[in-house]
Design a protein around this ligand. Structure first.
Ligand SMILES: O=C([O-])CC(=O)C(=O)O
Ligand SMILES: [Mg+2]
Length: 218
């Protein structure tokens, strides 16, 4: 199955595997250590939202944070994929936000609880349009940025990832069978911060993809 014609987000829909703290400046800004192996968590597919819909602040959340990330769309089934073959499993990319209820996450971290609510609530995975593999020649050197109400907040480059895209695909596929339509979120660069009702988030990847979402109270 080829995802080169994939344009509807409902077709990206198997599972969302996210990587945490994959940029050292972001790990540092939240007072976390740089990980020695990838930190992996899952977001449900019910968290997807597409341009035109709103990001909804979840019930009881007082600190909703933006995190802009490069998403990798998988288009072949595979497990235990060697790093040298990893890019063969990539069908394309999406610009994505890993919206995070930071207050829920802080509480979960303190108590040793899972991050599922903090990271997986409805609308926590806004995505832009599908980006073909050909149009992003070097995903390991791509500029990604995010503005809140036209003020630049995140301005990073995927070259600063701690674990590379091929390494992540290989590592993740050692535990989860990757399937066509799976999305891997590769972590966020520094500059994360809160958004509130009425804010407008804009984000972009190189000159290739842009997205815009309004924030609303649920
Ligand atoms: O919540 C966090 O800091 C972990 C994470 O998703 C990221 O680094 O992208
Ligand atoms: Mg993230």
């Amino acid at each position: 199955m080829s995802y080169s014609k994939l344009t509807r987000f409902s077709e990206i829909g198997k599972k969302i595997i996210a990587v945490g703290r994959n940029y050292s400046e972001h790990a540092a800004e939240l007072g976390n250590a740089v990980p020695s192996k990838p930190i992996i968590f899952l977001k449900p597919t019910s968290s997807y939202v597409k341009s035109g819909q709103a990001i909804k602040i979840p019930n009881g959340c007082s600190s909703l944070h933006h995190e802009v990330e490069l998403g990798i769309v998988i288009d072949q089934k595979g497990c235990d994929i060697p790093e040298s073959k990893a890019m063969d499993y990539v069908g394309g990319y999406v610009l994505a936000l890993d919206m995070t209820a930071r207050d829920f996450q802080d509480e979960a971290k303190k108590k040793g609880h899972p991050w599922s609510l903090a990271k997986g609530f409805d609308t926590s995975c806004p995505i832009g349009n599908f980006i073909s593999k050909e149009s992003l020649a070097d995903p390991g050197n791509a500029h990604l940025w995010l503005k809140v109400n036209d003020t630049m907040k995140q301005d990073g480059n995927t070259k600063d990832m701690i674990f590379s895209i091929p390494y992540l695909i290989s590592y993740i596929s050692g535990y989860f069978t990757l399937e066509p339509g799976d999305l891997i979120l590769t972590g966020t660069p520094s500059g994360v911060g809160p958004v509130t009702q009425g804010d407008v988030i804009k984000a972009g990847l190189d000159g290739i993809s842009e997205l815009e979402f309004k924030v609303e109270q649920k």
